[in-house]
Ligand binder design. Structure first.
Ligand code: ZN
Length: 436
């Protein structure tokens, strides 16, 4: 047995609260959460420093690992090493950009084989909903995918086309209470981007494109009773519609990403395509409104949408460059830097970045420090100044390069033991709704 004693710990009892605590770890699980000075006879003692906070291991429910098929973009070994360095103990892999995309059970088997024995943290998987695979969804669900990602407009890769019959997909998912995640932009309101001016790129994907697509998703959810989730919300204009739908009983959850909470259109240099993602990073006033949506609970969670590619594909103008931001290793300090200056505390981080993403992905043993949960832990120094330098991602390309941030990850524990650099990977492949 091990006992971790922390003057500051975020423990789930049942909601996340920060208090002094002694966390007792027995094997891979949390056995008990006690008062800070409670005796634990026979246990090995680990005492956190006064400037450290003990957090639950983060769950990043939106990561594009891209292996197999586009492993030159990222990969399970590099992505999970970066996750561990950033305090993320579970990632949920997106079904697209790998080849084959995870749209049937055979593709899931191929992906799990590619991931096996390579992962430094635990990994779960989303399936994909595309035209023609509605009959595969139940099988994927039974094989353990956490839910299904779809696009409401072109995805950027030809092998993962947008859904054409949203209602039919949701009707199928209702049969087993499956969850549909939607990339919600409307094709009719998005125009072809080109050139080096960032303002032109933002204008090519206006907030209305998100509003309209989210409206369509909510209408379909209302009509079918299915559970839906809006990935990477950028347009704060959609928040009132989302809040009203939820108040009316529509089963909808919402995520946003560190880049929408930390970056602004005003600061993106023209020609700097490291900042390109879809939907785009918008103006500062929009960022502030997203923070308000997070504070009032309309936005449930923060996940990275880590979507890297090769440096060559990230070049060109805002039309040609790949749309995706690499930040898996940096989510915690990026969000904390902004959250702390807006009056939020570590318990908010735990709720947004661990508990709710775990619930969203059906990972019942993850996302909180509580008896019976996996002993996934982060030793975080919230006041430490850090500068973004070397990263464990396959490629170093990121808009955060050189940025000064607040908060350092001092150690990451996976299921009862610290993840040591250079050690053999211990990550497991998880099935949603079941304990590992
Ligand atoms: Zn994504």
């Amino acid at each position: 047995m091990i006992v971790l004693r922390a003057r500051r710990a975020v423990v789930g009892e049942p909601d996340d609260v920060e208090r002094p605590a002694a966390v007792v770890v027995d094997g891979e699980h949390v056995a008990a959460v006690l008062d800070h000075d409670a005796p634990v006879p026979g246990a090995r003692e680990v005492v956190l420093a006064d400037d450290e906070v003990l957090l639950p291991g983060l769950v990043d429910a939106h990561v594009h690992v891209n292996e197999p098929g586009r492993t030159e973009w990222e990969g399970f070994a590099t992505a999970t090493r970066a996750a561990a360095a950033g305090g993320v103990t579970t990632i949920v892999d997106m079904p697209l950009n790998a080849l084959p995309p995870t749209v049937d059970v055979e593709a899931l088997r191929i992906k799990r084989k590619a991931a096996a024995d390579r992962c430094a943290v635990d990994v779960a998987f989303w399936g994909g909903a595309v035209p023609g695979n509605t009959g595969e969804l139940r099988g994927l669900h039974e094989a353990g995918v956490a839910g299904f990602k779809c696009f409401l407009l072109d995805s950027g890769v030809p092998e993962f086309p947008p859904v054409t019959d949203l209602r039919a997909v949701l009707d199928e998912l209702v049969g087993f209470d499956g969850l549909l995640l939607a990339h919600a932009e409307d094709a009719g309101l998005v125009t072809a981007a080109h050139g080096d001016r960032y303002a032109d790129f933002v204008a090519s994907r206006p907030p209305a494109s998100e509003d309209v697509a989210i409206g369509r998703l909510l209408d379909a959810a209302r009509a079918t009773g299915a559970r839906v989730h809006v990935v990477h919300l950028s347009a704060a204009t959609a928040l009132p519609r989302l809040a009203a739908a939820r108040a009316a009983g529509v089963r909808v959850t919402v995520e946003t990403c560190p880049h929408y909470l930390a970056l602004t259109a005003e600061e993106v240099p023209d020609g700097d395509t490291r900042f390109k993602c879809c939907p785009p990073v918008r103006e500062a006033a929009n960022r502030d409104a997203l923070w308000a949506g997070l504070a009032d609970g309309t936005i449930d969670m923060v996940v990275s949408d880590h979507s890297p590619c090769t440096p060559e594909l990230k070049r060109g103008d805002f039309g040609a460059a790949w749309g995706g931001i690499a930040s898996l290793q940096l989510s915690l300090p990026i969000v904390w830097t902004e959250a702390s200056r807006r009056g939020h505390g570590p318990a908010d981080l735990a709720r947004w970045m661990a508990r709710r993403p775990a619930e969203h992905a059906g990972l019942t043993a993850k996302g909180r420090i509580a008896p019976g949960a996996d002993a996934d832990l982060v030793v975080f120094a919230p006041d430490a100044a850090v500068t973004v330098g070397a990263l464990a991602h396959r490629h170093p390309t990121t808009p955060y390069a050189g940025r000064a941030l607040r908060g350092a990850v001092r150690a990451t524990w996976l299921r009862g033991a610290p993840i040591a650099a250079g050690a053999a990977p211990r990550g497991r492949l998880l099935a949603a709704g079941r304990t590992a």
